[in-house]
Write a protein that binds this ligand. Structure first.
Ligand code: HEC
Length: 263
């Protein structure tokens, strides 16, 4: 047989068996990793049986054996928070996943690039920004490094105490976008302190998706620094006179110093 024909035949066989077997293990993986959210409980299987593939506490005995999982749920005291929360189908799928931990699935990874350099996974740090005149732009990147596609289900939203001081510069991650295996998208976020704001300003960027966790989120952190043209509202007491002026000059000097250090 020509190698290509062989591949085609293999693909056909896989397509035929996949819905029956792999599909359930995939659903089981969701329930294993995201139990708390999916069934409304306080813990997920993975929280106690940590590590992938599932191994800890003899869980491997449940591979393709739903009765073992059902029995564990009914008898192991630590597993009481999940008792009665999973359906027979959920339990069967979880057992299928334990028996096939390498089942193809999506896998969403989030990374960030700070404006001043440096990278992270759960936060975007804008550092210190002079209020009003200046702004800083950072990037959030979503990568699907799994083997199956996942779907974004909302557009990006910015929420939290100082959400108004952050804005989306551009969003390559949009509602209803599909991230197929290996695909990524980027979100640009700009921090621009409002007049009179000073100190740490926080918010979060969030986007919903259909894989484990349901929402990808990063914290947005930036420090607003007063400038000569926009003194902090809270310290403008009126009649500050010469002293007020000196404080302002001090602020400008300090801000300049910090900005120089950041380079
Ligand atoms: C709060 C912690 C916790 C959670 C959550 C939890 N387990 Fe367990 N599980 C345990 C502990 C502890 C044991 C081991 C008890 C022992 O060996 O005495 C165990 C044992 C097991 C066993 C082995 C039973 C046997 O007969 O040897 C299986 C299977 C199992 N868990 C499946 C699951 C599945 C599936 C989930 C999610 C639906 C889950 N567990 C969630 C703590 C937990």
């Amino acid at each position: 047989m020509h190698p290509f024909q062989k591949l085609l035949a293999l693909a056909l066989v896989l397509a035929w068996i996949a819905p029956a077997s792999a599909q359930d293990a995939l659903r089981g993986k969701r329930y294993y990793l995201d139990t708390a959210r999916l069934v409304g409980a306080s813990v997920s299987c993975v929280d106690c049986h940590s590590g992938l593939p599932p191994g800890l506490f003899g869980i491997g005995r449940a591979a393709n054996n739903p009765a073992i999982v059902a029995n564990a749920l009914n008898t192991i005291p630590q597993m009481t928070p999940l008792r009665g929360k999973l359906t027979t189908a959920d339990i069967a799928d979880v057992a299928a996943y334990i028996g096939n931990p390498g089942v193809a699935s999506p896998n969403l990874r989030v990374s960030t690039r700070n404006p001043g350099g440096g990278e992270g996974s759960d936060r975007l740090d804008f550092g210190t920004v002079l209020q009003v005149q200046s702004s800083a732009r950072g990037t959030v990147r979503l990568v699907n490094d799994g083997a199956l596609a996942l779907q974004l289900t909302t557009s990006v939203r910015i929420v939290g105490p100082q959400a108004a001081e952050y804005s989306l510069t551009d969003s390559g991650c949009r509602a209803a976008d599909t991230l197929s295996a290996g695909q990524s998208c980027e979100i640009g976020v700009t921090f621009r302190p409002a007049p009179g704001s000073a100190g740490l300003r926080t918010a979060a960027a969030q986007i919903d998706h259909d894989w484990v966790g349901g929402t990808a989120a990063v914290a947005l952190l930036g420090t607003a620094e007063a400038s000569a043209a926009n003194p902090p509202v809270s310290t403008s007491s009126g009649g500050g006179g010469a002293l007020g002026g000196w404080i302002l000059i001090g602020f400008v000097g300090l801000a300049g110093h910090v900005l120089r250090q950041k380079r």
